[in-house]
Design a protein around this ligand. Structure first.
Ligand code: SAH
Length: 398
């Protein structure tokens, strides 16, 4: 069963998360099952234990889409697997390619819900930006996804499935890690990964397994708007890099931009950053800072940012605001961004300005949104308050 972690003020999503990876009468979906699940499955089928490892390598290491090619498994066993299991991934309902080569997939899951995944190739690496939820509870004022209510959490299999479907599309199964195009994973797509922690953690453990998808924790970054109580666990259990969507240096501005700040204000958030397990100078926390004209982009803000992050092994990422239809903000001027970056740099923090990627296909940071809507359900809880509503600030284009 999926666990949802919205705080009480954020409202508890009424929709029961549908478990797309198991249950029901259909075949068992292998994608999203972990090592323990594989062992139990193999045992249940009356096979020897080591077969679980072989199956694992075919499924996650080689990415096979059917059982026939699993030549280390006896034919009758393959037939049995075929009868009771599936290797289904999310289906690409739409693929868009940006002029700058960024690629965006609109993935459809088994129940018809939609989420987006973005591949951002660079000279020296390629990042796959993965979604953790359909919609989002956070309602950040400058974020397009924030105007879409949370529909549901993604299951572990749907999170892993985004990577597997991207590997299918790019055709890089069986390549050595140094030859792959998708080298890094960023949990920066739709949703708040720390509000879907169990599924995200299960998915990331599968992704990190060296005999499977094999992307190391050093190459995985999880971004959070600041779900303070979950941060330590994320560091201890997963050890992935952390990015924090800071975006403002005072609580009154951050309350507006990131309503979650009313629950976990800046001081608490930064205390959790200082305590983030495994953080040190060679492994810094990235603070994301969206540049909004006249809101958070003054030289005084830049100086305050330097003061605020003092003592934290930190780097900043200045993100020019990416516009979307109906957005209530504008991007800061180039001159304002340059001045801001210089002050932060002079303060001893690395402050690269992120070049927007995929803006022409609405694939840049904060531009993701799908047509999935929360279904109205019968019964007492139907039409429950939209998550985030009690915090005010409904999305601007609702
Ligand atoms: N909920 C998580 C994961 C989303 S990451 C989080 O908030 O960190 C998406 C990143 O893009 C966040 O840093 C978010 O604040 C930023 N973002 C959202 N809308 C944006 C926009 N319109 N322009 C630039 N960055 C934006």
């Amino acid at each position: 069963m999926t666990e949802l972690h919205p705080g009480p003020e954020l409202g508890s999503p009424a929709a029961e998360p549908s478990d797309a990876s198991a249950g029901g009468d259909g075949p068992t979906r292998l994608i999203g099952l972990d090592r323990g699940d594989f062992a139990r499955l193999i045992e249940g089928l009356g096979e020897k234990r080591f077969r679980a490892g072989q199956l694992w390598a075919w499924v996650y290491g080689r990415g096979l889409e059917d059982f026939d090619g699993m030549t280390t498994l006896a034919k009758p066993f393959r037939a049995r697997l075929k009868a009771v299991c599936s290797l289904e991934r999310p289906v690409a309902a739409e693929v868009r390619l940006s002029a700058d080569t960024t690629r965006k997939w609109l993935f459809r899951f088994a129940d018809g819900e939609l989420a987006e995944t973005v591949f951002i190739p660079n000279e020296e690496r390629g990042s796959l930006c993965i979604s953790s939820q359909v919609g989002c509870t956070l309602n950040c004022r400058f974020c397009h996804t924030g105007t879409q209510r949370l529909v549901r959490n993604l299951e572990a299999g749907e999170i892993v499935g985004q990577l597997m479907a991207a590997r299918d599309a790019i055709g890089e199964w069986g390549l050595r890690s140094q030859d792959r195009m998708i080298t890094n994973i960023v949990m920066m797509g739709m949703g708040e990964p720390l509000y879907n922690y169990d599924n995200v953690a299960k998915a990331l453990r599968i992704i990190m397994d060296p005999e499977g998808l094999s992307i190391s924790k050093r190459r995985i970054t999880l971004s959070t708007a600041g779900v303070v109580p979950m941060m330590a666990r994320c560091g201890e259990e997963l050890g992935v890099n952390l990015a924090v969507s800071l975006h403002a240096v005072s609580d009154d501005i951050r309350d507006e931009l990131v309503p979650l700040n009313r629950k976990y204000p800046i001081e608490e958030l930064l205390a959790a950053c200082r305590a983030y397990p495994g953080v040190h100078n060679a492994r810094r926390i990235t603070f994301e800072y969206v540049m909004l004209k006249g809101i958070n982009d003054s030289p005084a803000d830049a100086r305050a940012l330097v003061r605020l992050l003092k003592g934290i092994p930190a780097k900043t990422n200045l993100i020019p605001f990416n516009p979307w239809p109906g957005a209530p903000y504008e991007c800061s001027s180039e001159a304002a961004i340059a001045t801001f970056a210089r002050i932060v740099n002079d303060g001893g923090l690395s402050a690269p300005v992120r070049t927007p990627r995929g803006r022409d296909i609405l694939a840049a940071c904060g531009q993701l949104k799908t047509a999935s809507e929360r279904k109205r359900r019968g019964g007492a809880r139907s039409g429950a308050a939209p998550p985030g509503a009690p915090l005010g600030a409904p999305g601007p284009d609702r």
